[in-house]
Design a binder for this molecule. Structure first.
Ligand code: FAD
Length: 338
């Protein structure tokens, strides 16, 4: 019998990854995902979904490495399985290029990426404005395919789904024993965390099937990521900008920058433009607390604030969140665990 009721707020890549990890590992829990928006309308759906990362300042590097490795292993196994097309996950090779060599030439994820190496002079020749580069193979996870696949996996594990905006955690306190908050930027109002802020990203989807390799400028502002059905071309990183419509000036600047790196893009047919608001935060918040709700202390596990790396880190932080839910279960009075 399922006795512990767990609510996961959020149906983006972090919410569904967390919900799947809990539902599959803890059959004694009844898990419900509650969210205002589902795929294809989440920020996760806008992401290019390339598995890369930059380090967060205050999280121990070992923990960040584990997040990356757990995610990478999970996505790589999917990319190499027969489920790859249904899950929207593929391997992706290409270049990260820099105008000036970066201070850290071996980022924390470099030991996991496949074939990570410095680019040779002949490879760099086609990028005359850049003096240094890295060649590697990583994974690309397309959330508009991956999220429905995760939802299916979640339902198969007995999970339930409800579309609903939660205005306050109080609303959940009588129906659930543990609340897992994966509401991304929504945490700003849902749990009053003013440290979360939008980092606006605008991208094009174009048809350019001749492009097979990604190119990413190390400053994170310009990238070309070939995917399963289209190429994602971007981008912008505007902090504190809440605008959800495509900006014409941004569109022109993106095309100009990307065509300088890949001139053949001028002949590409534009399929669409999308804007998403990354849940920016100095460090992601993956921790638990007990919140006083309606006369009782309810365990709340937070998992949000992944900024520009939510697709990359979703599975790794989901596994941490599962560990935190396990701790909550251990501390619950015996009757609730029956
Ligand atoms: C242009 C762009 C490119 C990107 N490229 C990459 C990339 O290449 N690699 C990478 O790793 N990351 C990338 N990202 C970042 C990535 O998209 C985010 O880090 C990730 O989507 C965050 O996932 P999430 O599940 O936390 O948030 P979301 O996807 O925003 O999901 C939040 C969920 O919470 C729900 N919610 C919020 N508040 C409430 C509430 N009060 N009640 C009910 N439900 C609520 C929402 O409805 C939604 O379901 C990119 C982002 C953008 C915009």
């Amino acid at each position: 019998m399922k006795s512990v009721r767990v609510a996961v707020v959020g149906a983006g890549v972090v919410g569904f990854s967390t919900a799947v990890c809990i539902a599959e590992a803890l059959p004694s829990c009844s898990v419900t995902v509650l969210a205002e928006k589902f795929s294809p309308d989440t920020t996760s759906d806008v992401a290019a979904g390339i598995v890369f990362a930059t380090a967060f300042p205050d999280i121990p590097l070992e923990r960040q490495r584990r997040w990356f490795k757990d995610s990478f292993d999970h996505l790589l196994a999917l990319a190499q399985s027969e489920e790859a097309p249904e899950a929207g996950v593929m391997m992706s090779s290409g270049y990260q290029i820099f105008r000036e060599p970066p201070a850290d030439k071996n980022p924390l994820w470099s030991e996991f990426a496949i074939g990570f190496r410095e680019m040779s002079d002949s490879e760099l020749k086609r990028f005359p404005e850049h003096t240094f580069g890295q060649a590697l193979t990583t994974v690309k996870c397309e959330c508009s395919i991956y999220l429905p696949w995760l939802e299916k996996r979640f339902r198969k594990a007995g999970g339930k789904v409800e579309q609903r905006k939660i205005n306050s955690l109080q609303e959940l306190s009588s129906s659930f024993d543990i609340i897992v908050n994966c509401s991304g930027l929504g945490s700003r109002s849902l749990v009053g965390d003013s440290a979360v802020y939008p980092v606006r990203g605008q991208v094009f989807k174009v048809e350019a099937p001749w492009l097979k390799h990604f190119i990413r400028d190390g400053d994170g502002m310009t990238y070309i990521y070939p995917g399963i059905h289209s190429v994602t071309v971007g981008g912008t990183r505007q902090q504190g900008d809440w605008r959800l419509h495509a900006d014409r000036g941004d569109s022109e600047a993106i095309l100009e920058r990307c065509c300088r790196l890949e001139p053949s893009l001028r002949g590409a047919r534009v399929l669409g433009e999308r804007v998403g608001l990354r849940p920016g935060r100095k460090n992601p918040r993956v921790e638990r607390e007990a919140v006083q709700l309606g006369g009782r202390r309810v365990p709340v596990v937070h998992n949000y604030g992944h900024g520009g790396w939510g697709v990359t880190l979703a599975w790794g932080t989901a596994r941490d969140a599962l560990g935190l839910v396990r701790q909550c279960l251990q501390e619950m009075p015996p009757r609730a665990k029956l």
